[in-house]
Design a binder for this molecule. Structure first.
Ligand SMILES: NC(=O)C1=CN([C@@H]2O[C@H](COP(=O)(O)OP(=O)(O)OC[C@H]3O[C@@H](n4cnc5c(N)ncnc54)[C@H](OP(=O)(O)O)[C@@H]3O)[C@@H](O)[C@H]2O)C=CC1
Ligand SMILES: O=C1O[C@H](COP(=O)(O)O)[C@@H](O)[C@H](O)[C@H]1O
Length: 372
């Protein structure tokens, strides 16, 4: 349940009065929403800052506690071959995708005030983007890591409405699943987006010219959270018109990292086929229990480790990127495009990625054969 900022600060003040102990270390864990735009977030930060030091505050973004998100720094900075191609010279475009197969299911009252951009994009997806995009920190200390993330955010211009696609789900044709506005807690004239897709750019030497697409939607065809890095065309005289390589970091539901790789079709054929180099965690690490994201983050709090928590300047930058768009959507009552519950999103969802980000799906077909 989201607390309005005034109640939130009131609760924080009560904590300070009743629980705070000057003689020991105090740690306050705060869960989103951290305001609803740049101004309200700044006010909240000031009010919280009047009660607690930044070192005492842990702003949770549970995506930072997910195994595959925590893994990105190791993948990138512990392997010579990833870091070598992790730039605009080799990468064509990057998609960060969040899909849920269910709607608001009675939580519409909360959701309608926020919408998918505030609920998932401005925090979870943008945090993931920062880690994929950041330059190597000087050390793994919390402040070095957060400095690098903030640096990335500072190089992203506010997102424009024309670079955005908005959707809202409607009920299935056979009536088996309700539409967003069929939820009793949602106003019948709501224009709150339950789906959004935006293109943005990180304007620095590593990424200039590489489009990033962040996409999030509720009531879609599947549950999935992944980062899809598509590489540039291979300029091969030997094998013309090749499909592109992709590196996919699948955060959920099943942790995996795979690289779509072209091979010779096995057997007598000399044709090419799209295959994969596949690291599926469930098969590779059979006896390892991956802890829940919140559990790892609470442990970090107990250890006083801020690395996977959002600093106030990061939060400020994140709101700077989204606030003009959110205000415009609300002021102009921009109408989201309808999409059917359980579908892949509004019409044109893939054309948008192809036209606006240069995502290409030509050449070889890809079919994954799951290991037995
Ligand atoms: N280790 C593992 O667990 C592995 C699992 N797999 C699984 O195999 C399946 C296929 O793999 P995947 O990497 O998705 O490969 P695909 O080539 O099948 O890509 C399909 C995805 O591309 C997007 N897409 C489809 N058409 C277009 C288009 N015209 N323009 C832009 N985007 C388009 C869709 O994304 P969107 O989802 O955004 O709608 C779709 O899910 C997945 O379910 C994956 O999880 C594959 C390899 C390893
Ligand atoms: O913060 C939120 O995240 C969940 C999705 O989290 P996940 O760990 O299940 O991927 C989302 O359903 C919810 O709307 C949002 O507030």
């Amino acid at each position: 349940m989201a607390l309005p900022p005034s109640v939130f600060v009131d609760v924080a003040a009560q904590i300070k009065r009743n629980v705070y102990d000057e003689t020991c270390t105090n740690r306050v864990v705060i869960e989103k929403p951290f305001g609803h735009d740049l101004e309200s977030s700044r006010k909240l930060s000031r009010d919280i800052g009047a009660l607690f030091d930044e070192a005492e505050v842990f702003r949770i973004d549970h995506y930072l506690g997910k195994e595959m998100v925590k893994n990105i720094l190791s993948l990138r900075f512990a392997n010579v071959f990833y870091e070598a191609v992790w730039n605009r010279h080799y990468i064509s475009n990057i998609q960060i995708t969040f899909k849920e197969p269910f709607g608001t299911e009675g939580r519409g009252g909360y959701f309608d005030e926020f919408g998918i951009i505030r609920d998932v994009m401005q925090n979870h997806l943008l945090q993931v983007l920062c880690i994929v995009a950041m330059n190597q920190p000087q050390s793994l200390s919390a402040e070095d890591v957060r400095d690098r993330k903030t640096e990335v955010l500072s190089r992203i211009l506010p997102i424009q409405l024309e670079d955005t696609m908005l959707g809202q789900y409607v009920g299935t044709r056979d009536g088996s699943k309700p539409g967003y506005k069929d939820d009793d807690t949602v106003p019948k004239d709501s224009t709150t987006p339950t789906f959004a897709q935006c293109v943005l750019h990180v304007d620095n030497d590593r990424w200039r010219g590489v489009p990033w697409v962040i996409k999030a939607g509720k009531a879609l065809n599947e549950a999935k959270m992944l980062i899809r890095i598509q590489f540039k065309d291979m300029p091969s005289a030997l094998f013309p018109n090749l499909a592109r390589n992709e590196l996919i970091i699948q955060v959920s539901p099943k942790e995996a990292v795979y690289i779509k790789t072209i091979v010779k079709e096995p057997g007598l054929s000399t044709n090419l086929a799209m295959s994969e180099l596949d690291l599926t965690y469930k098969t590779r690490y059979q006896d390892v229990k991956i802890p829940d994201a919140y559990a790892t983050l609470i442990l970090d709090v107990l250890n006083g480790d801020h690395s996977n928590f959002v600093r106030s300047d990061e939060l400020d930058e994140a709101w700077r990127i989204f606030t003009p768009l959110l205000h415009q959507i609300e002021k102009e009552h921009v109408k989201p495009m309808p999409y059917e519950y359980g579908s892949k999103g509004p019409d044109g969802v893939y054309q948008f990625v192809e036209n606006r980000a240069g995502y290409k799906r030509t050449g070889l077909e890809y079919h994954w054969v799951a290991p037995q």
